[in-house]
Ligand binder design. Structure first.
Ligand SMILES: NC(=O)c1ccc[n+]([C@@H]2O[C@H](COP(=O)([O-])OP(=O)(O)OC[C@H]3O[C@@H](n4cnc5c(N)ncnc54)[C@H](OP(=O)(O)O)[C@@H]3O)[C@@H](O)[C@H]2O)c1
Length: 394
């Protein structure tokens, strides 16, 4: 296989830095062409020095940074989205956080590139626009002889560990024979708590996730189970599966990354060590597998695997997100924006933990749902929902 030229959007974040680690370990297979980051300009430029990226796009102006020789720096949301269109780019790793990643996902597929997607919010908000584009790029890849002989053509590779797991369980299977997707959840740091226990939760408590080490927004989403709700919507779009055939199960050890159930009752599960470099790498290596610097699971030491139903009365965000997905149209866009605002307020000490679900519900109730038509329409609804959410911080 010839080396893949990649862009890493969100290179200074949790997924971004782990993607650069994967690239560093496979220099013959992955070449980093460009990076995009938000506020951590110094760090992004240092990364460019180390990995040889020639382009860096920054979300915001960074006046006092020294630009390394040979590196071209640009600023602003359009600059970030422009990186994906560079002719030498094969794969875009979208590890931006929030709906800010939507345009980049859209432009990546419009430019006929492979989208390795960590930014689940892209699909939650714009799945109706993104999946048809992914199908077109799949077709282009087939016609150009770039698709593997068996399995998906690989235009949209999920990085979320659950969706990467389902993707792998589905290879070689017929879509008609799939009866259910089981999305696993760790249950977060507050599993087993009551609503009363959660009333005074602080950001520091919610940021201590039991199994995964992630950016602050997804860590809070994991604790409220909003992350699982977003993943249900993501699975619906990625695998064209109706919502009544997507179930969530709590698997506290996080050893099972998700499962697929078939019409004869057989279930395939994907297991592995909890290290995001594995799904990131698979999104880049597909259809191959490369060596990974990760201890394999030792089943003799794993002990037991537990399963439980999620508590959606206490963790209301999961039910709210599922309801938004089922209603469809622009409701997931409004729901997602409200959640982003409520989580940011909670992290800033301006809103309460239980107030996150209340804010999301208030914005969903106020939203006049439309069919999804365009990116600009979604961005307008996103802006409206943010204003509405700010008035509903509790
Ligand atoms: N972390 C995980 O283990 C994990 C697992 C599965 C899925 N995901 C998904 O992956 C995505 C990224 O998560 P994360 O945990 O890596 O988040 P993170 O650590 O907060 O990183 C976010 C990245 O996005 C950049 N960014 C934010 N706003 C930007 C803007 N306007 N323009 C340019 N860059 C911007 C940040 O740059 P600065 O820091 O420089 O501002 C940072 O590099 C999320 O959608 C999350 O749900 C994450």
């Amino acid at each position: 296989m010839t080396a893949r030229n990649i862009v890493v959007l969100g290179s200074t974040g949790s997924i971004g830095t782990q993607t650069l680690d994967v690239a560093r370990r496979h220099p013959d297979k992955v070449k980093v062409v460009a990076l995009a980051a938000g506020r951590r300009a110094q760090e992004a430029l240092q990364q460019a020095r180390e990995c040889g990226a020639r382009y860096v796009a920054l979300g915001t102006e960074a006046p006092d940074v020294e630009i390394p020789e040979g590196v071209q720096v640009s600023v602003g949301a359009a600059a970030v989205a422009d990186l994906v269109k560079l002719p030498e780019v094969d794969v875009v790793v979208n590890a931006l956080v929030g709906a800010a990643g939507l345009r980049a996902s859209y432009e990546t597929l419009r430019a006929g590139k492979v989208l390795a997607l960590a930014n689940k919010e892209s699909l939650v908000v714009g799945g109706d626009l993104i999946m048809p584009l992914a199908a077109e790029v799949d077709e282009q890849r087939r016609q150009a002889g770039l698709a593997p002989a068996h399995g998906p053509a690989g235009a949209l590779m999920p990085i979320d560990s659950e969706h990467g797991a389902i993707y792998q369980c589905l290879i070689g299977e017929s879509a008609r024979e799939v009866s259910r997707l089981w999305v696993t959840a760790s249950g977060g740091p507050f599993r087993g708590r009551t609503r009363d226990d959660l009333r005074d939760i602080t950001a520091a408590q919610a940021l201590a996730h039991p199994t995964w080490n992630m950016g602050p927004k997804i860590t809070i989403d994991s604790s409220t189970l909003m992350n699982k709700g977003l993943e249900v919507i993501e699975a619906h779009h990625l695998f064209a599966m109706p919502y009544d055939r997507i179930s969530v199960v709590v698997q506290p050890q996080s050893a099972i990354h998700s499962m697929v159930e078939f019409s004869d009752g057989s279930v395939k599960a994907h297991l592995g060590t909890t290290d995001m470099r594995i799904p990131i790498q698979y999104a880049l290596s597909y259809p191959e597998r490369w060596d990974a610097p990760v201890e394999p699971l030792d089943f003799t030491r794993l002990g037991s695997l537990e399963f439980a139903a999620p508590d959606t009365d206490t963790f209301r965000c999961l039910a709210l997100a599922r309801a938004a997905g089922e209603r469809g149209g622009t409701l997931p866009c409004a729901m997602n924006a409200a959640n982003e605002v409520a989580v940011a307020a909670f992290l800033a000490g301006e809103g309460t933990y239980l107030g996150i679900a209340e804010c999301v519900e208030a914005v969903m109730d106020a939203h006049d749902v439309q069919a999804v038509e365009s990116i600009d329409q979604l961005l307008e609804i996103d802006a409206w929902a943010r204003r509405e959410a700010k008035a509903n911080i509790r």
